[in-house]
Design a protein around this ligand. Structure first.
Ligand code: NDP
Ligand code: GDR
Length: 365
């Protein structure tokens, strides 16, 4: 039985990847931070009683800022594959917590790689590094591919740049099977509530159900290449199954504005949004509402700009070229953006209907 260790298992990707690997017969170990409240909702359905036989899913307390802890977990679990997904992953928040972000997202990767060397497991264990399209930052070339120069635009992206290169360096210096997946934005119903897609689907559901007045957003002009997390964790696994270690862009090749995502989300509910004005004065207005269930007053303003959500330096345009991953990995996404929006919208409407959601307006992101 193959053994995998996933850092960041309580996150969006960790949950989908754990499910995928369990389905493939792996023993899955996950690293989880201690929190004052239990935060395992995304993986609770995978839980197996530790006392029963043939348990294939286990969690270990750990943190990317704690070397000795990581060494011990790797020594105990002896993984064939490590998926390093743990990170302070919110770009705007990284401007508030730059030092911590560098430590967890940058040096954290080094800690894992060094742990493998210290334990003399550098030839046994394959390691996947969760690299990001944020590395491209300020546009140098579109579509962005494996050879496009990097120009990071946030403390998050700069930390991830270090992680990217230390992964390449350990591959070249020590012959480790260490790979970067340069993943473009990927979303799902499990996406954190402060990332823009989930914020929009959640906000649209709450507005339609009369639970929220307005949705406050930042830069509506930003363009992202959005895919579904379920498709992207499949690519992570494929990256570690190749004969030779390498780095791959994972993307759909299609880019869409935040504004268009807003339109698509509300359209799922039968609500037509039209935008007026430019820049900070831009607002969304309901001009028509074809669905009686969510009958909002005509002309009601439902989207407003709050400059708090602007970033000091923004990444305006991301569009990836997935040619290499399609040809070498045979990877093909099953979801398109329309199917993704549909699934996220349906999930958030159902959550609100079940009253499982509390308002989180104090969260900025
Ligand atoms: P999430 O924010 O949903 O999950 C991040 C995970 O990392 C959580 O399990 C979190 O734990 C954990 N974590 C954070 N800090 C630490 C730490 N110091 N020690 C241990 N664990 C920690 O991110 P995603 O699942 O969306 O992304 C997974 C990875 O992929 C991240 O590295 C992200 O930067 C990267 N990425 C994501 C993309 C995307 O579009 N989703 C695109 C490209 C790269 P907790 O639950 O306790 O907070
Ligand atoms: P991103 O994702 O920064 O691309 O990083 P996010 O969803 O946060 O932002 C996407 C774009 O939307 C704009 N935006 C807003 N963003 C947020 N969060 N909240 C808002 O109110 C808002 N209004 C407009 C942003 O300015 C941005 O341009 C994600 C993370 O998952 C990273 O970890 C990952 O590396 C990259 O995707 C690829």
């Amino acid at each position: 039985m193959k053994v995998a260790l996933i850092t960041g298992i309580t996150g969006q990707d960790g949950a989908y990847l754990a499910e995928l690997l369990l389905g493939k017969g792996y023993m899955v170990h996950g690293v989880k931070r201690r929190a004052s409240l239990i935060n395992t909702e995304r993986i609770d359905h995978l839980y197996q009683d530790m006392h029963s036989e043939n348990v294939r899913f286990r969690l270990h307390y750990g943190d990317m800022t704690d070397s000795t802890n990581l060494i011990r977990i790797i020594q105990e679990t002896q993984p064939d594959e490590i998926y390093n997904l743990a990170a302070m992953s919110h770009v705007r928040v990284s401007f508030d917590t730059p030092e911590y972000t560098a430590n967890a997202d940058g040096i954290g990767t080094l800690r894992l790689l060094e742990a493998l060397r210290i334990l003399k497991m550098e030839k046994k264990t394959r390691i996947y590094q969760a690299s990001t399209s944020e590395l491209y930052g300020l546009v140098q070339e579109v579509p962005q591919r494996e050879t496009t120069p990097f120009y990071p635009r946030s403390p998050y992206a700069v930390a991830k740049l270090y992680a990217y290169w230390i992964t390449v360096n350990y591959r070249e210096a020590y012959g480790m099977y260490a790979c970067n997946g340069i993943l473009f934005n990927h979303e799902s119903p499990l996406r954190g509530e402060t990332f823009v897609t989930r914020k929009i689907t959640r906000g649209a559901a709450a507005i339609a159900l009369g639970l929220q007045d307005k949705l406050y957003l930042g830069n509506l002009d930003a363009q992202r290449d959005w895919g579904h997390a379920k498709d992207y964790v499949e690519a992570m696994w494929r990256i570690l199954q190749q004969e030779q270690p390498d780095d791959y862009v994972i993307a759909t090749g299609i880019t869409t504005t935040v504004r268009e995502f807003v339109r698509m989300a509300f359209a799922e509910l039968g609500i037509t949004v039209s935008f007026r004005g430019n820049g900070v004065d831009e607002t969304g207005v309901v001009t028509a509402c074809s669905n009686e269930v969510y009958a909002l007053p005509l002309g009601k303003e439902i989207v407003a700009i709050d400059p708090r959500y602007f970033r000091p330096t923004e990444v305006e345009l991301l569009i990836g070229d997935p040619t290499k991953s399609k040809t070498v990995l045979g990877w093909e996404p099953a979801y398109d953006l329309a199917a993704l929006v549909k699934e996220m919208m349906a999930s958030d409407v159902a959550l609100f209907a079940k009253k499982e959601v509390t308002q989180l307006e104090h969260l900025i992101g």
